[in-house]
Write a protein of this length. Structure first.
Length: 114
């Protein structure tokens, strides 16, 4: 199983980024996927989750209305569109596969700074 995140970077407050997580080594369409983040000195937190079909989506309150999780099962990829970014969104963002055994990607750094 491999999860490879990309799309992080440096962005000004109010800007946007789109993270991607390309999965391999398992039947992607059978698993819910989620994005998590960990800021310096803080615990890792769930940002958004999407079920295997995309039929159910949840967000942490702090990103509702600004972030959108989506997936393309034909491309084995889950996305996180992040708009109206704030300083407090700065963190390493991780992709996670749930299920019987969980797997994590290596993370991608998102830095929001003026």
């Amino acid at each position: 199983v491999q999860l490879v995140e990309s799309g992080g970077g440096l962005v000004q407050p109010g800007g946007s980024l789109r993270l991607s997580c390309e999965a391999s080594g398992f039947r992607f369409s059978s698993y819910g996927m989620s994005w998590h983040r960990q800021a310096p000195g803080k615990e890792r937190e769930l940002v958004a989750h999407i079920t295997n079909t995309g039929g159910s989506i949840t967000y942490v309150d702090s990103v509702k209305g600004r972030f959108t999780i989506s997936r393309d099962n034909a491309k084995n990829t889950v996305y996180l569109q992040m708009n109206s970014l704030k300083l407090e969104d700065t963190a390493v963002y991780y992709c996670r596969r749930g299920g019987d055994v969980e797997y994590w990607g290596q993370g991608t750094q998102v830095t929001v700074s003026s």
